[in-house]
Design a protein around this ligand. Structure first.
Ligand SMILES: [Zn+2]
Length: 400
């Protein structure tokens, strides 16, 4: 009787395992399958790993939405893979990297609480990467329950991962740290210099950056740099059009309007429009007619955004203005994307603004962006911004 129960229990456990294995639907096994337009860079890196020549301290650099995080994961998968193929996508190590559960793969990324470590947020981090592998920092903060005014990689976190890297690997011969957005390392990153200079023999540190200008010179001089290949519009629009079931034209124009930022393009395709257009329309309306009350109200709404979102909105206006300028110069001829709301609005603005007005506005946005970057008082800054924008919009069109 007892044996029967034990057998039954074993069988039941086996069934549960099998059931779970059947129910779990995982994304693609190889991270490198998700890379876009890296046909030259990726094989080069892969062959370096296969020949044991991949540097222990590397820096992957590309524009936002270019996929450098996906490349870092592809590299990690190849470094951990147990087969000659490196990466095979099927061995145990490869699969653990696919699901981001390999105990020797560590991550570090910006947070908003200086006392917390990234390990405490690994669950949200895994979800974020699986859902949005091309994500930006503001996408990431949506996965954290708190809002962020000042994203940062804190001393607590630096100490934590430095400690982790001194431990012997658990399952593999190597330990890998993917440090996402090292531009958010503060002055305390000086204590990492020794690690960057001579990483332990079994440690690989991969920095994943969007803006080399914000990196410490010491980091830049020590890391081996890999520049992402720029996203090819034809290639990327074919992929997005298949995946999101939109025409290639729409995928193409959306990618163009986001300056080839894949994640932003996906978001626009999913939303079918950009909410920023409405916010901007409102701003232009109230500043043009110089309505002080609504202008202050608009500033208050802007203050509700966190600092990353504020920067993103400014960057979005800068991008829109670059389209307005291009249309102004090309006379509409080479830009014809009727299905994209942003492009349509750019055309409208290019008709109603003079070149001098656009240039002044571009300068104003540059100043604004820099001031927010430098932690200016946003309320004063944006109030002044509204007044100046009002001046620009009302300035005489005879300057054309
Ligand atoms: Zn493998």
């Amino acid at each position: 009787m007892w044996i029967f129960f034990r057998k039954f229990a074993q069988l039941r456990i086996k069934m549960l395992f099998e059931q779970e294995a059947r129910l779990t639907v995982y994304p693609k096994e190889l991270w490198s399958d998700q890379l876009i337009s890296q046909e030259v860079l990726w094989p080069k890196i892969k062959s370096a790993i296969q020949q044991n020549r991949f540097p222990h301290f590397s820096l992957l650099l590309g524009k936002p939405g270019n996929g450098q995080l996906v490349l870092a994961l592809s590299i990690a998968q190849a470094l951990f893979c147990k087969t000659e193929q490196k990466p095979c996508g099927t061995c145990e190590a490869c699969r653990k990297i696919t699901y981001l559960i390999h105990p020797d793969l560590h991550f570090s990324f910006p947070l908003n609480k200086p006392k917390e470590t990234c390990q405490q947020h690994y669950a949200s981090w895994r979800t974020a990467i699986q859902e949005k592998p091309f994500m930006s920092i503001s996408d990431w903060f949506q996965y954290l329950s708190d809002e962020s005014k000042n994203a940062n990689i804190s001393v607590t976190e630096i100490n934590n991962f430095s400690q982790l890297l001194t431990l012997r690997p658990f399952e593999s011969d190597v330990t890998v740290l993917i440090l996402w957005l090292p531009e958010y390392l503060g002055k305390d990153s000086n204590r990492l210099l020794k690690l960057f200079e001579e990483p332990p023999a079994n440690v690989f540190v991969i920095l994943v950056s969007e803006n080399s200008e914000l990196l410490l010179p010491t980091v830049l001089s020590r890391a081996q740099l890999f520049r992402m290949q720029s996203i090819q519009l034809d290639h990327a629009s074919a992929l997005l059009s298949d995946k999101y079931n939109v025409s290639r034209d729409i995928a193409y124009s959306t990618l163009l309007s986001t300056d080839k930022n894949v994640q932003e393009a996906i978001q626009l395709i999913e939303q079918k429009s950009s909410p920023s257009i409405d916010v901007l329309k409102k701003l232009l309306q109230i500043t043009y007619s110089y309505q002080v009350g609504p202008m202050l109200q608009w500033v208050e709404t802007f203050l509700e955004l966190n600092r990353e979102e504020q920067k993103k909105f400014i960057e979005w206006i800068q991008l829109l203005l670059s389209f307005v300028l291009r249309i102004k110069f090309s006379g509409n001829s080479d830009l014809d994307f009727p299905e994209n709301q942003m492009m349509a609005y750019s055309k409208k603005l290019s008709n109603s603004l003079t070149l001098i007005q656009i240039e002044k506005w571009v300068d104003l946005m540059d100043d604004c962006h820099m001031a927010i970057q430098r932690n200016a008082n946003v309320k004063i800054l944006m109030t002044d911004f509204c007044i100046q924008l009002s001046g620009i919009l009302k300035s005489s069109s005879s300057n054309n």
